[in-house]
Design a protein around this ligand. Structure first.
Ligand SMILES: NC(=O)c1ccc[n+]([C@@H]2O[C@H](COP(=O)([O-])OP(=O)(O)OC[C@H]3O[C@@H](n4cnc5c(N)ncnc54)[C@H](O)[C@@H]3O)[C@@H](O)[C@H]2O)c1
Length: 387
Protein backbone atom coordinates (compact mmCIF):
# COMPACT_ATOMS: atom_id res chain seq x y z
CA UNK A 1 0.00 0.00 0.00
CA UNK A 2 1.33 3.45 -0.88
CA UNK A 3 1.92 5.96 1.94
CA UNK A 4 -0.96 8.12 0.69
CA UNK A 5 -3.38 5.19 0.51
CA UNK A 6 -2.33 4.00 3.97
CA UNK A 7 -2.91 7.50 5.37
CA UNK A 8 -6.39 7.66 3.77
CA UNK A 9 -7.29 4.19 5.15
CA UNK A 10 -6.00 5.22 8.58
CA UNK A 11 -8.02 8.43 8.47
CA UNK A 12 -11.19 6.55 7.47
CA UNK A 13 -10.74 4.09 10.32
CA UNK A 14 -10.16 6.94 12.74
CA UNK A 15 -13.39 8.61 11.55
CA UNK A 16 -15.29 5.32 11.84
CA UNK A 17 -14.02 4.84 15.39
CA UNK A 18 -14.95 8.40 16.30
CA UNK A 19 -18.53 7.57 15.33
CA UNK A 20 -18.64 4.34 17.39
CA UNK A 21 -20.68 5.02 20.51
CA UNK A 22 -19.29 4.29 23.96
CA UNK A 23 -20.78 1.77 26.34
CA UNK A 24 -20.37 2.37 30.06
CA UNK A 25 -19.29 -0.78 31.94
CA UNK A 26 -19.83 -1.62 35.60
CA UNK A 27 -17.74 -4.51 36.92
CA UNK A 28 -18.80 -6.56 39.93
CA UNK A 29 -15.72 -8.19 41.46
CA UNK A 30 -12.09 -7.17 41.19
CA UNK A 31 -10.30 -10.45 41.77
CA UNK A 32 -9.85 -13.33 39.29
CA UNK A 33 -12.73 -12.63 36.90
CA UNK A 34 -12.68 -8.90 37.64
CA UNK A 35 -9.12 -8.87 36.33
CA UNK A 36 -9.87 -11.15 33.33
CA UNK A 37 -12.91 -9.12 32.23
CA UNK A 38 -11.27 -5.73 32.79
CA UNK A 39 -8.13 -6.75 30.95
CA UNK A 40 -10.23 -8.00 28.00
CA UNK A 41 -12.21 -4.76 27.86
CA UNK A 42 -8.98 -2.75 27.89
CA UNK A 43 -7.46 -4.90 25.14
CA UNK A 44 -10.50 -4.91 22.86
CA UNK A 45 -9.23 -1.96 20.82
CA UNK A 46 -5.94 -3.80 20.19
CA UNK A 47 -7.86 -6.78 18.82
CA UNK A 48 -10.44 -4.93 16.74
CA UNK A 49 -10.42 -1.44 15.36
CA UNK A 50 -12.90 0.09 15.35
CA UNK A 51 -14.56 -2.04 18.05
CA UNK A 52 -18.35 -2.57 17.85
CA UNK A 53 -18.71 -0.23 20.85
CA UNK A 54 -16.00 1.55 22.77
CA UNK A 55 -15.99 0.25 26.37
CA UNK A 56 -15.75 2.98 28.99
CA UNK A 57 -14.79 1.52 32.36
CA UNK A 58 -17.11 3.49 34.63
CA UNK A 59 -17.11 1.74 38.00
CA UNK A 60 -15.99 -1.41 39.81
CA UNK A 61 -17.46 -2.97 42.96
CA UNK A 62 -15.94 -5.20 45.62
CA UNK A 63 -16.14 -5.72 49.37
CA UNK A 64 -12.80 -4.40 50.56
CA UNK A 65 -12.56 -0.61 50.06
CA UNK A 66 -8.78 -0.46 49.95
CA UNK A 67 -8.48 -3.32 47.50
CA UNK A 68 -11.30 -2.21 45.22
CA UNK A 69 -9.85 1.32 45.13
CA UNK A 70 -6.50 -0.19 44.13
CA UNK A 71 -8.18 -2.31 41.46
CA UNK A 72 -10.02 0.74 40.05
CA UNK A 73 -6.71 2.55 39.69
CA UNK A 74 -4.90 -0.43 38.25
CA UNK A 75 -7.61 -1.53 35.78
CA UNK A 76 -8.61 2.03 34.80
CA UNK A 77 -12.12 2.46 36.26
CA UNK A 78 -13.31 6.02 36.90
CA UNK A 79 -15.02 5.13 40.19
CA UNK A 80 -15.21 2.32 42.74
CA UNK A 81 -17.76 1.25 45.33
CA UNK A 82 -18.26 -1.36 48.04
CA UNK A 83 -21.99 -1.60 47.24
CA UNK A 84 -22.91 -3.26 43.92
CA UNK A 85 -26.25 -1.41 44.03
CA UNK A 86 -24.31 1.73 43.07
CA UNK A 87 -23.51 0.03 39.74
CA UNK A 88 -27.18 -0.73 39.14
CA UNK A 89 -28.21 2.84 39.97
CA UNK A 90 -25.49 4.48 37.84
CA UNK A 91 -27.01 5.98 34.66
CA UNK A 92 -23.59 6.03 33.00
CA UNK A 93 -23.43 2.22 33.10
CA UNK A 94 -25.16 0.33 30.28
CA UNK A 95 -23.48 -3.06 30.80
CA UNK A 96 -23.00 -4.97 34.05
CA UNK A 97 -20.27 -7.57 34.02
CA UNK A 98 -20.86 -9.90 36.94
CA UNK A 99 -17.68 -11.58 38.24
CA UNK A 100 -18.92 -12.04 41.79
CA UNK A 101 -19.21 -15.34 43.67
CA UNK A 102 -22.10 -17.57 42.57
CA UNK A 103 -24.35 -16.38 45.41
CA UNK A 104 -24.05 -12.87 43.98
CA UNK A 105 -25.16 -13.73 40.47
CA UNK A 106 -28.96 -13.65 40.82
CA UNK A 107 -29.79 -10.40 42.60
CA UNK A 108 -27.38 -7.97 40.89
CA UNK A 109 -27.85 -9.53 37.43
CA UNK A 110 -31.64 -9.31 37.60
CA UNK A 111 -31.56 -5.83 39.18
CA UNK A 112 -29.20 -4.52 36.48
CA UNK A 113 -31.38 -5.94 33.71
CA UNK A 114 -34.48 -4.42 35.29
CA UNK A 115 -32.62 -1.09 35.29
CA UNK A 116 -32.21 -1.53 31.51
CA UNK A 117 -28.57 -2.64 31.52
CA UNK A 118 -27.17 -5.46 29.38
CA UNK A 119 -25.67 -8.23 31.50
CA UNK A 120 -22.79 -10.65 31.21
CA UNK A 121 -22.92 -13.07 34.13
CA UNK A 122 -20.16 -15.52 34.93
CA UNK A 123 -20.80 -19.24 35.05
CA UNK A 124 -22.33 -21.18 36.71
CA UNK A 125 -25.33 -18.95 36.14
CA UNK A 126 -26.96 -19.73 39.50
CA UNK A 127 -26.32 -22.09 42.41
CA UNK A 128 -29.01 -24.46 41.14
CA UNK A 129 -31.21 -24.98 38.08
CA UNK A 130 -34.04 -23.24 39.92
CA UNK A 131 -31.98 -20.13 40.65
CA UNK A 132 -30.52 -20.15 37.13
CA UNK A 133 -34.01 -20.33 35.67
CA UNK A 134 -35.08 -17.33 37.77
CA UNK A 135 -32.09 -15.31 36.56
CA UNK A 136 -32.82 -16.17 32.92
CA UNK A 137 -36.53 -15.39 33.40
CA UNK A 138 -35.92 -12.06 35.16
CA UNK A 139 -33.36 -10.87 32.61
CA UNK A 140 -35.30 -12.06 29.55
CA UNK A 141 -38.38 -10.16 30.77
CA UNK A 142 -36.29 -6.97 30.83
CA UNK A 143 -35.47 -7.46 27.12
CA UNK A 144 -31.80 -6.58 27.45
CA UNK A 145 -28.97 -8.54 25.82
CA UNK A 146 -27.58 -11.27 28.01
CA UNK A 147 -24.68 -13.65 28.00
CA UNK A 148 -23.31 -16.33 30.35
CA UNK A 149 -19.52 -16.42 30.74
CA UNK A 150 -18.78 -19.76 29.08
CA UNK A 151 -15.58 -18.36 27.59
CA UNK A 152 -14.30 -21.69 26.25
CA UNK A 153 -16.69 -21.27 23.32
CA UNK A 154 -14.26 -18.50 22.33
CA UNK A 155 -11.14 -20.65 22.11
CA UNK A 156 -10.21 -20.57 18.39
CA UNK A 157 -9.68 -24.36 18.30
CA UNK A 158 -13.08 -24.97 19.90
CA UNK A 159 -14.79 -22.72 17.36
CA UNK A 160 -12.93 -24.48 14.55
CA UNK A 161 -14.21 -27.80 15.92
CA UNK A 162 -17.75 -26.47 15.84
CA UNK A 163 -17.28 -25.28 12.24
CA UNK A 164 -15.88 -28.66 11.17
CA UNK A 165 -18.80 -30.44 12.83
CA UNK A 166 -21.33 -28.09 11.19
CA UNK A 167 -19.69 -28.73 7.81
CA UNK A 168 -20.16 -32.49 8.33
CA UNK A 169 -16.42 -33.17 8.44
CA UNK A 170 -16.64 -35.69 11.28
CA UNK A 171 -19.92 -37.19 10.10
CA UNK A 172 -22.49 -38.29 12.63
CA UNK A 173 -21.18 -37.87 16.17
CA UNK A 174 -21.23 -41.02 18.28
CA UNK A 175 -19.04 -40.16 21.27
CA UNK A 176 -18.21 -37.11 23.39
CA UNK A 177 -15.61 -37.85 26.04
CA UNK A 178 -14.49 -35.05 28.31
CA UNK A 179 -12.73 -34.38 31.58
CA UNK A 180 -11.91 -31.17 33.39
CA UNK A 181 -9.17 -31.74 35.94
CA UNK A 182 -7.61 -29.37 38.45
CA UNK A 183 -5.73 -30.10 41.67
CA UNK A 184 -5.98 -27.05 43.91
CA UNK A 185 -8.90 -28.63 45.84
CA UNK A 186 -6.47 -30.42 48.13
CA UNK A 187 -5.95 -27.06 49.88
CA UNK A 188 -9.13 -25.30 50.95
CA UNK A 189 -7.49 -22.49 52.89
CA UNK A 190 -7.59 -20.45 49.66
CA UNK A 191 -10.71 -19.52 47.64
CA UNK A 192 -12.93 -19.97 50.71
CA UNK A 193 -16.24 -19.13 49.07
CA UNK A 194 -15.80 -21.99 46.61
CA UNK A 195 -16.11 -24.47 49.52
CA UNK A 196 -19.16 -22.84 51.07
CA UNK A 197 -22.41 -24.35 49.72
CA UNK A 198 -24.29 -21.12 50.51
CA UNK A 199 -21.99 -19.07 48.29
CA UNK A 200 -20.99 -21.62 45.66
CA UNK A 201 -24.01 -23.95 45.38
CA UNK A 202 -21.75 -26.88 44.49
CA UNK A 203 -18.06 -27.70 44.15
CA UNK A 204 -16.41 -29.19 41.07
CA UNK A 205 -19.85 -29.54 39.47
CA UNK A 206 -20.73 -25.85 39.11
CA UNK A 207 -17.12 -24.72 38.87
CA UNK A 208 -15.75 -27.18 36.29
CA UNK A 209 -18.41 -29.61 35.06
CA UNK A 210 -20.65 -26.69 34.02
CA UNK A 211 -17.94 -25.70 31.47
CA UNK A 212 -17.86 -29.27 30.16
CA UNK A 213 -21.64 -29.47 29.90
CA UNK A 214 -21.73 -26.20 28.00
CA UNK A 215 -19.12 -27.37 25.48
CA UNK A 216 -20.92 -30.71 25.11
CA UNK A 217 -24.09 -28.82 24.23
CA UNK A 218 -22.16 -26.37 22.01
CA UNK A 219 -20.43 -29.09 19.99
CA UNK A 220 -22.78 -32.09 20.08
CA UNK A 221 -26.23 -30.82 21.10
CA UNK A 222 -28.77 -31.12 23.88
CA UNK A 223 -28.29 -33.66 26.67
CA UNK A 224 -31.34 -35.85 27.34
CA UNK A 225 -30.34 -37.99 30.31
CA UNK A 226 -27.46 -38.57 32.70
CA UNK A 227 -26.21 -41.14 35.15
CA UNK A 228 -23.65 -39.88 37.63
CA UNK A 229 -21.53 -40.46 40.71
CA UNK A 230 -20.76 -37.37 42.79
CA UNK A 231 -18.18 -37.60 45.60
CA UNK A 232 -16.79 -35.48 48.42
CA UNK A 233 -13.50 -37.08 49.40
CA UNK A 234 -12.04 -34.49 51.76
CA UNK A 235 -13.44 -34.99 55.29
CA UNK A 236 -15.82 -32.25 56.51
CA UNK A 237 -15.90 -30.55 53.13
CA UNK A 238 -19.42 -29.44 52.34
CA UNK A 239 -19.29 -29.31 48.54
CA UNK A 240 -18.46 -32.03 46.02
CA UNK A 241 -14.87 -32.68 44.96
CA UNK A 242 -15.59 -34.71 41.84
CA UNK A 243 -18.22 -36.02 39.45
CA UNK A 244 -18.14 -38.87 36.93
CA UNK A 245 -21.10 -39.12 34.56
CA UNK A 246 -22.34 -40.83 31.46
CA UNK A 247 -24.65 -38.77 29.26
CA UNK A 248 -26.99 -39.38 26.37
CA UNK A 249 -27.60 -36.67 23.77
CA UNK A 250 -30.91 -36.07 21.99
CA UNK A 251 -29.07 -36.97 18.77
CA UNK A 252 -28.38 -40.49 20.06
CA UNK A 253 -24.68 -39.84 20.71
CA UNK A 254 -23.36 -40.96 24.09
CA UNK A 255 -20.62 -39.50 26.23
CA UNK A 256 -18.74 -39.22 29.48
CA UNK A 257 -18.21 -36.10 31.56
CA UNK A 258 -15.74 -35.98 34.41
CA UNK A 259 -14.70 -33.07 36.63
CA UNK A 260 -12.45 -32.98 39.67
CA UNK A 261 -10.40 -30.61 41.77
CA UNK A 262 -8.29 -33.46 43.14
CA UNK A 263 -6.33 -34.67 40.07
CA UNK A 264 -2.83 -34.07 41.40
CA UNK A 265 -0.53 -32.61 38.76
CA UNK A 266 -3.41 -31.51 36.52
CA UNK A 267 -3.51 -27.74 36.83
CA UNK A 268 -6.19 -26.73 34.33
CA UNK A 269 -6.60 -29.74 32.05
CA UNK A 270 -9.88 -29.52 30.19
CA UNK A 271 -9.64 -32.27 27.62
CA UNK A 272 -12.26 -33.58 25.25
CA UNK A 273 -12.56 -35.87 22.25
CA UNK A 274 -15.33 -36.36 19.72
CA UNK A 275 -15.65 -39.43 17.52
CA UNK A 276 -17.93 -39.36 14.48
CA UNK A 277 -18.57 -41.65 11.53
CA UNK A 278 -16.08 -39.71 9.34
CA UNK A 279 -13.45 -38.61 11.82
CA UNK A 280 -12.45 -37.47 15.28
CA UNK A 281 -11.48 -34.24 17.01
CA UNK A 282 -9.50 -33.82 20.22
CA UNK A 283 -8.53 -30.85 22.37
CA UNK A 284 -6.65 -30.01 25.57
CA UNK A 285 -7.02 -26.56 27.14
CA UNK A 286 -3.40 -26.64 28.29
CA UNK A 287 -2.49 -26.62 24.57
CA UNK A 288 -5.26 -24.29 23.53
CA UNK A 289 -3.91 -23.26 20.13
CA UNK A 290 -4.10 -26.83 18.87
CA UNK A 291 -6.93 -28.97 17.54
CA UNK A 292 -6.19 -32.62 16.84
CA UNK A 293 -8.04 -33.90 13.79
CA UNK A 294 -8.43 -37.43 12.38
CA UNK A 295 -10.09 -37.86 8.98
CA UNK A 296 -11.16 -41.39 8.04
CA UNK A 297 -10.95 -40.57 4.31
CA UNK A 298 -7.33 -39.41 4.55
CA UNK A 299 -6.05 -42.82 3.44
CA UNK A 300 -2.45 -42.00 2.59
CA UNK A 301 -1.66 -39.94 5.69
CA UNK A 302 -3.92 -41.67 8.18
CA UNK A 303 -3.49 -40.59 11.80
CA UNK A 304 -4.29 -37.69 14.08
CA UNK A 305 -2.91 -34.37 12.82
CA UNK A 306 -2.19 -31.45 15.07
CA UNK A 307 -3.61 -28.28 13.54
CA UNK A 308 -2.16 -25.03 14.89
CA UNK A 309 -5.30 -22.89 14.86
CA UNK A 310 -3.70 -19.58 13.91
CA UNK A 311 -4.14 -19.51 10.11
CA UNK A 312 -5.77 -16.46 8.46
CA UNK A 313 -8.98 -18.42 7.70
CA UNK A 314 -9.25 -19.85 11.21
CA UNK A 315 -11.75 -18.46 13.76
CA UNK A 316 -10.82 -15.17 15.48
CA UNK A 317 -7.69 -14.83 13.31
CA UNK A 318 -8.75 -11.28 12.45
CA UNK A 319 -8.22 -10.35 16.12
CA UNK A 320 -4.98 -12.19 16.69
CA UNK A 321 -1.36 -12.09 15.63
CA UNK A 322 0.18 -13.37 12.38
CA UNK A 323 0.01 -17.17 11.80
CA UNK A 324 1.92 -19.17 14.39
CA UNK A 325 1.94 -16.33 16.91
CA UNK A 326 -0.19 -18.14 19.42
CA UNK A 327 -2.89 -16.74 21.71
CA UNK A 328 -3.63 -17.48 25.37
CA UNK A 329 -6.38 -18.15 27.89
CA UNK A 330 -6.96 -14.42 28.53
CA UNK A 331 -7.69 -13.82 24.84
CA UNK A 332 -10.88 -15.90 25.08
CA UNK A 333 -12.37 -13.07 27.17
CA UNK A 334 -11.41 -10.50 24.51
CA UNK A 335 -13.26 -12.49 21.84
CA UNK A 336 -16.17 -13.09 24.22
CA UNK A 337 -16.58 -9.36 24.92
CA UNK A 338 -16.17 -8.49 21.24
CA UNK A 339 -18.98 -10.92 20.47
CA UNK A 340 -21.22 -9.50 23.19
CA UNK A 341 -20.59 -5.88 22.26
CA UNK A 342 -21.37 -6.73 18.60
CA UNK A 343 -24.66 -8.23 19.76
CA UNK A 344 -25.45 -5.12 21.83
CA UNK A 345 -24.59 -2.97 18.80
CA UNK A 346 -27.12 -5.02 16.80
CA UNK A 347 -24.58 -6.63 14.46
CA UNK A 348 -25.38 -10.24 15.45
CA UNK A 349 -27.25 -12.24 18.05
CA UNK A 350 -25.59 -13.68 21.14
CA UNK A 351 -26.69 -17.22 20.20
CA UNK A 352 -25.65 -19.61 18.80
CA UNK A 353 -21.93 -18.86 19.21
CA UNK A 354 -22.21 -17.10 22.54
CA UNK A 355 -23.92 -18.66 25.55
CA UNK A 356 -27.13 -16.89 26.51
CA UNK A 357 -28.60 -17.05 30.00
CA UNK A 358 -30.87 -19.80 28.63
CA UNK A 359 -27.70 -21.80 27.92
CA UNK A 360 -26.58 -21.02 31.48
CA UNK A 361 -29.89 -22.35 32.79
CA UNK A 362 -29.77 -25.50 30.62
CA UNK A 363 -26.24 -26.32 31.79
CA UNK A 364 -27.51 -25.95 35.37
CA UNK A 365 -30.32 -28.48 34.71
CA UNK A 366 -27.71 -31.03 33.62
CA UNK A 367 -25.53 -30.25 36.66
CA UNK A 368 -28.51 -30.70 39.01
CA UNK A 369 -29.28 -34.00 37.30
CA UNK A 370 -25.75 -35.22 38.14
CA UNK A 371 -26.54 -34.70 41.81
CA UNK A 372 -30.00 -36.28 41.71
CA UNK A 373 -28.74 -39.28 39.73
CA UNK A 374 -25.92 -39.82 42.22
CA UNK A 375 -28.41 -39.67 45.09
CA UNK A 376 -31.04 -41.91 43.51
CA UNK A 377 -28.68 -44.35 41.84
CA UNK A 378 -30.80 -44.03 38.71
CA UNK A 379 -30.44 -42.53 35.27
CA UNK A 380 -32.13 -39.12 35.27
CA UNK A 381 -34.05 -37.82 32.29
CA UNK A 382 -33.73 -34.05 31.88
CA UNK A 383 -36.76 -31.87 31.27
CA UNK A 384 -35.89 -28.29 30.29
CA UNK A 385 -38.22 -25.47 31.24
CA UNK A 386 -39.20 -22.76 28.83
CA UNK A 387 -40.24 -19.18 29.57
N1 LIG B 1 -15.19 -18.31 32.93
C1 LIG B 1 -14.23 -18.83 33.66
O1 LIG B 1 -13.34 -19.49 33.16
C2 LIG B 1 -14.21 -18.58 35.15
C3 LIG B 1 -13.02 -18.76 35.87
C4 LIG B 1 -13.03 -18.49 37.23
C5 LIG B 1 -14.18 -18.08 37.86
N2 LIG B 1 -15.34 -17.97 37.14
C6 LIG B 1 -16.58 -17.55 37.81
O2 LIG B 1 -16.50 -16.16 38.10
C7 LIG B 1 -17.13 -15.88 39.34
C8 LIG B 1 -16.13 -15.20 40.27
O3 LIG B 1 -15.06 -16.09 40.50
P1 LIG B 1 -13.59 -15.53 40.83
O4 LIG B 1 -12.66 -16.65 40.61
O5 LIG B 1 -13.34 -14.25 40.12
O6 LIG B 1 -13.75 -15.26 42.38
P2 LIG B 1 -12.80 -14.35 43.29
O7 LIG B 1 -12.95 -14.87 44.67
O8 LIG B 1 -11.43 -14.27 42.70
O9 LIG B 1 -13.49 -12.91 43.18
C9 LIG B 1 -14.76 -12.65 43.69
C10 LIG B 1 -14.97 -11.15 43.70
O10 LIG B 1 -16.30 -10.88 44.16
C11 LIG B 1 -16.25 -9.79 45.08
N3 LIG B 1 -17.37 -9.85 46.03
C12 LIG B 1 -17.71 -10.86 46.86
N4 LIG B 1 -18.79 -10.52 47.60
C13 LIG B 1 -19.14 -9.27 47.19
C14 LIG B 1 -20.16 -8.36 47.56
N5 LIG B 1 -21.06 -8.66 48.49
N6 LIG B 1 -20.20 -7.15 46.91
C15 LIG B 1 -19.31 -6.84 45.95
N7 LIG B 1 -18.33 -7.67 45.57
C16 LIG B 1 -18.25 -8.85 46.17
C17 LIG B 1 -14.92 -9.98 45.81
O11 LIG B 1 -14.51 -8.74 46.38
C18 LIG B 1 -14.02 -10.42 44.63
O12 LIG B 1 -13.51 -9.27 43.97
C19 LIG B 1 -17.66 -17.20 39.87
O13 LIG B 1 -18.99 -17.32 39.53
C20 LIG B 1 -16.82 -18.23 39.13
O14 LIG B 1 -17.51 -19.47 38.95
C21 LIG B 1 -15.36 -18.18 35.81
Amino acid sequence: MSDEKAKRTGARRHEAAAKVPEIGVGMLGYAFMGKAHSSALRRLAYAAWPPPLVPRLVAIAGRNAEQVAGAAERFGYERWTTDWRDLVADPQIQLLSNGGPNSLHAEPTIAAAEAGKHVLCEKPLGRSAEESYEIWRGVAAAEVKHMCGFNYRFVPAVRLARELIEAGEVGEIRHFRARYMQDWGVDDTRQAWRFDPEQAGSGAIGDLASHVVDLARFLVGEIGSVSALVRTFVPERRVDDAVEATVEFHSGAIGTIEATRLALGRRNAFQWEINGTEGSLAFDLERLNELRVFRADDLRARGFKTVLVTEPDHPFAEFAWPPGHIVGWGDTFVYEFHHFLSAIAGERSVAPYGATLEDGYRAAEVCDAFVSSSRSGRREKIVYRTL
